[in-house]
Design a protein around this ligand. Sequence first.
Ligand SMILES: Nc1nc2c(ncn2[C@@H]2O[C@H](COP(=O)(O)OP(=O)(O)O)[C@@H](O)[C@H]2O)c(=O)[nH]1
Ligand SMILES: [Mg+2]
Length: 301
Amino acid sequence: MAALSRVLSVIDGGGPVAQRLVRALHQLERQAVVVGFTGPPGAGKSTLINAYIRHLRQLGTSVAALAVDPSSPKSGGAILGDRARMGEHVTDSGVFVRSLSARGHLGGLTLNIHALVHAVDAAGWDVIILETVGAGQSEVEICRVADASVVVNSPGLGDEVQAMKAGILEIADILVVNKADLPGAANTVQQLTGMLALRSGVGRDVPVITTTATSGDGVEAMAYAIGEVTSQATPTGRAVRARAHAADLIADAAANQVRALMGNTVNDRLDELTQAVLSGELDVTQAAEKALRSIGIESPT
Ligand SMILES: Nc1nc2c(ncn2[C@@H]2O[C@H](COP(=O)(O)OP(=O)(O)O)[C@@H](O)[C@H]2O)c(=O)[nH]1
Ligand SMILES: [Mg+2]
């Protein structure tokens, strides 16, 4: 466990040694099952993961849980909270809990998450759980790595629906309404079911499961639903997801570079183009093409 911890620290920290490790780990075929949990802060993800770990341990399955908080690179709060909530397992040698900083990377886990998962996998853990705060891009990234993505909500957060709008529905394999012991849970279920119905034709059944993480109610049903999804995972599917993830990150990085270049070199030109767009002379796409051309990029139209 200490060795694995060190490896994770090196990868998490980035730099040339991390890069070498990433390259080495990339060669490995994954054995472990990876389950991602995401959703708004306070929904009960850590508590639910704790209960899920208890369930898996009863089956004799070893579990590594990685908590990632991409929204606050230097964070203490969420991470310490996770430590405390998953604390019941600290003396169990079949459980590994680790917080990751995802430091410095805007909007997510970065490609390193694949290497981190590979490292844990290579160390022989059966199930790898990822927890991330619902912060836009990070859920999307988690679903690229996870064989099953569980989106956790709870009544009374007030922003369930907004969180769903942020594209979470698209990535959820399973929706959980936690805190079923609180009033309003049925209402939240209804909202989510309604939203799922609106996106009919996607051809994918997303079960909505209610849980009370504090008592363990519903955790077995959730575990069953997770098993249904993870049993479909294939090496090919995993590779496709990893490639899509890398492509997204490259596109993001390229967009950032273009933005920076435009900021540096085409200010006057940009003023002109802005005027042209505002006066209706050019549409935004045409203006963008001209702006790109002025920094030497021919757009493929
Ligand atoms: N009433 C109730 N409270 C819960 C339940 N699950 C978690 N909580 C509480 O909700 C708070 C946030 O839980 P936490 O697991 O840290 O949420 P996270 O931010 O999503 O990881 C804590 O005070 C938990 O004790 C539940 O099923 N019912
Ligand atoms: Mg948490």
